[in-house]
Write a protein that binds this ligand. Structure first.
Ligand code: C2E
Ligand code: MG
Ligand code: MG
Length: 762
């Protein structure tokens, strides 16, 4: 789970969010802790207030009991005066008694002195106008010498206490005679509602409640909230606040047993049988604080969320930009780094190499035969093939290597290595073999190969550009040798390339400086033997190098595009020359694939035929299979249009390269020129192949010509096998236009069976 999360987010995201989460946690934690502390302080303050409140009520209560005690003292004095018959004293005492009761202090409603079982004195407040309830006069106090405190009852008319609908509770005090023996008691009725009113001024605050309860069972004697109702309530002896007050005497506590959380201060004075408490509603008491807390938390929350959202925005923006940057550096087709990244990665690699004392190597990889696949199978197949190539390349390289696609079918690998030459060589060899294995794309089984040019750092160049150029030169040499191999750059290559480049520069001038010349080599028909045509072969008279052969400069002309103008020039020269020859003599002209691909080739041929007035049937265009392997549809169309002009088409150099026999059937050739290479092995495979091709061409009614015939023996063998034409030094090497008539005469004059030496040589 965590691992998946870690993988899903980039390190930058994780750090940013992790940092924020931590910060938010600290902020939140700090806020909560300080809020908690301030809440505790607040609670403490409220508890102190409750404690002070209950203490104040205690003072009042103690004064009330003091008043009761005064009444008792007066009553006892009166009882003893009655005992001794002191009537003056009695009168004075009565006045005092009456005064105390009538002043209604501390909620005293009535008082009654019972002497030796008989009512002796009453406060005559009107409450005692009715006959006394015998239970009142007879009932002895609970303890002989302790006072007794009854719970409030609703006094009814006729009952003790008098007036209807009044709550009263009774306190009973023992009285003694002069000898100290129990002689009666004093009963005092007290109005609990008056007590409630008494403590009310001492009760203020959020949800404040003050109560006075009987210590023995918790019966309410006074209560600031709903005092009337309270009198009816069942005492809550299990109330922890009450129990604790009874146990501990005084203190404060927080309690929520009643459903509402309350902060309570309580007092249980030792000499009076009551318990006093004052409490506040916790929630109400802390309302201000709660509001403050809500605001603080909201502010903190907004801060945290805002910061998070901000971070997210900034981060996603940053990540997006980074991803876009990466995408700009990635090749969309293969997912490899692209050319834009090349310079960057190379300079970084070199930095690492320099710092760590490692070497580096650059490998340029170019696919052989990719263009054909792309042209014949279509671009989707080509793209899929490139993806597979990229995949194989990625498998070839190590973790420290970087593979890039430079574009088209060009790839590069930058490798850091210890054993530079060995490492680079091994990798290059590995790549060449890996990329030449069969590919399966869309049901096609495709085979291509790869050429790899390697440049080592720093031998192949100190600077990036030098190194790249070196690798490119090495690659060029691989390509020139037919590809499917690797070469490591070596400075001697540069010399070769330099001369080639110089040649290229000179070739651009060759045409206008009249350095080109068309030579002609006879094509000899065997039955009957005669010169049936000439092949036009180009020569370059270089001012310094002397005669340069086409094998050396045609590829340059093709690469630079010069072949278009040069080829057209050759075609025109050749056709013009041919018009001077016997009418049954053809002219064969080589067409480069580059020329053939140009859309205007048919127009050029047609216009030259018109211009030179050469009969189209006398022109034979030689094309190699390099042409045939391109886009079949286009090739066929061009061939048909050329044949439509009346021009003949020959397949040149058959037997080199791929040479599929199916080409012979698929394309409308008039003639096949079999490559000279098979002649070397006439009695082995070479002979077998020539025989097979001759046989097949015979079936397909194609003319056949074998190139490079140099000996009588070869000629003899070929004639026996039914070859229709030959070409080679045996009859004549290519010669300038002026030699044509001589050649024709010589071949015609030649008696069959004569040795080759008698033939014309240049
Ligand atoms: P290709 O069309 O196959 O021409 C035949 C080549 O074989 C010529 O080489 C010719 O001189 C050579 N050859 C003929 N008989 C013999 C022989 O008995 N022994 C040996 N060893 N070689 C023989 P060349 O003239 O050097 O031309 C080489 C290639 O250059 C040609 O091969 C052709 O593909 C290309 N080429 C020549 N001229 C032109 C041109 O005007 N345009 C184009 N596009 N290519 C040309
Ligand atoms: Mg040719
Ligand atoms: Mg040829």
């Amino acid at each position: 789970m965590l691992a998946r999360l870690v993988r899903r987010f980039s390190p930058a995201t994780l750090i940013a969010y992790g940092g924020w989460a931590l910060l938010a946690l600290v902020l939140l934690g700090g806020t909560l802790i300080s809020l908690h502390q301030s809440r505790n302080a607040q609670i403490k303050a409220v508890l102190a207030r409750a404690g002070a409140g209950s203490a104040a009520i205690e003072q009042t209560m103690l004064r009330a009991f003091e008043a009761l005690q005064t009444l008792q003292t007066l009553a006892q004095t009166r009882l003893q005066l009655v005992d001794t018959g002191n009537s003056d004293g009695i009168q004075a005492i009565d006045a005092q008694l009456k005064d105390t009761v009538l002043r209604h202090r501390f909620g005293i409603r009535d008082a009654l002195i019972v002497r030796r079982g008989w009512p002796d004195w009453s406060s005559e407040t009107g409450h005692l106008d009715h006959p006394l309830d015998p239970s009142v006069t007879n009932a002895p106090p609970e303890g002989a010498d302790g006072m007794r405190l009854d719970s409030p009852t609703m006094s009814s008319p006729g009952g003790a206490g008098g007036a209807a609908d009044a709550w009263l509770f009774k306190t009973t005090w023992p009285l003694r005679d002069q000898s100290g023996a129990p002689a009666g008691w004093l009963i005092v009725w007290i109005d609990p509602l008056a007590w409630s009113e008494m403590i009310r001024p001492l009760t203020s605050g959020p949800g404040a409640i003050s109560m006075v309860q009987r210590r023995s069972d918790g019966a309410f004697l006074a209560r600031t909230v709903n005092p009337r109702m309270a009198m009816r309530e069942h005492p809550l002896t299990t109330d922890p606040a009450f129990a604790r007050a009874v146990r501990e005497g005084s203190g404060t506590m927080q309690d929520s047993s009643g459903g509402v959380d309350r902060l309570i201060g309580f007092r249980a004075p030792p000499n009076v049988p009551i318990v006093i408490s004052q409490s506040f509603d916790t929630e109400m008491s802390l309302a201000d604080f709660t509001r403050l807390r809500r605001i603080v938390l909201a502010v903190v929350g907004v801060l945290v969320i805002g910061a998070l959202v901000g971070t997210r925005l900034i981060l996603s923006n940053y990540l997006l930009r980074r991803r876009l940057g990466e995408q700009a550096m990635l090749d969309p087709l293969t997912g490899l780094f692209n050319r834009r990244f090349f310079t960057d990665i190379m300079s970084r690699r070199f930095q690492i190499a320099r710092r760590s004392g490692l070497s580096a190597a650059v490998l340029l990889v170019d696919l052989d035969g990719f263009k054909q696949v792309n042209d014949t199978r279509g671009h989707p197949v080509g793209d899929a093939l490139l993806r597979q190539v990229a995949e194989r390349l990625s498998h070839c390289v190590g973790a420290d290597d970087v593979a890039l696609r430079l574009g088209g079918d060009e790839f590069a690998i930058v490798r850091l290595c210890h054993q530079q030459r060995r490492d680079a060589t091994a990798l290059a060899r590995f790549i060449v073999s890996a990329l030449s294995k069969i590919y399966e794309v869309d049901g096609y089984h495709l085979r291509i190969s790869a050429s790899v040019g390697v440049a080592l750092y720093p031998a192949g160049g100190e600077q990036l550009n030098d190194l790249l150029r070196s690798a490119d030169i090495a690659l060029y040499f691989v390509k020139a040798d037919g590809g499917d191999a690797y070469r490591i750059f070596d400075p001697a290559m540069e010399e070769t390339v330099r001369t080639r480049r110089a040649l290229e520069i000179d070739l651009r001038e060759a045409l206008v400086r009249n350095q080109l010349e068309v030579y002609f080599q006879p094509l000899v028909q065997l039955e009957p033997r005669r010169v049936c045509g000439f092949e036009a072969l180009l020569r370059w008279h270089h001012p310094v190098l002397g005669m340069v052969m086409p094998g050396r400069f045609i590829p340059i002309a093709e690469e630079t595009g010069l072949i278009a103008s040069i080829g057209e020039w050759v075609l025109r020269q050749a056709c013009r020359e041919a018009t001077n020859w016997p009418p049954n003599t053809r002219i064969a002209v080589n067409l480069s694939p580059v020329q053939f691909e140009r859309s205007d080739i048919v127009d050029i041929v047609a216009s030259i035929l018109r211009e030179t007035r050469l009969s189209p049937g006398r022109l034979e265009l030689e094309i190699t299979e390099g042409v045939v392997m391109r886009d079949i549809g286009d090739v066929l169309a061009t061939m048909r249009r050329l044949q439509g002009l009346g021009v003949r088409l020959a397949l040149d150099d058959f037997g080199t390269g791929y040479s599929s026999l199916s080409y012979l059937r698929s394309f409308p050739f008039d003639k096949v020129k079999i490559d000279a290479s098979f002649l070397a092995d006439l009695h082995g495979d070479g002979g077998t192949i020539i025989r097979a091709v001759l046989g097949l061409c015979g079936h397909l009614h194609l003319d056949t010509l074998v190139e490079g015939v140099e000996t009588e023996e070869q000629l003899h063998w070929l004639r026996n096998e039914g070859c229709t034409e030959v070409q080679g030094h045996l009859f004549s090497p290519p010669r300038p236009a002026g030699g044509v008539n001589e050649i024709i005469a010589n071949v015609a004059a030649r008696i069959p069976g004569l040795p080759a030496r008698t033939m014309v040589r240049s």
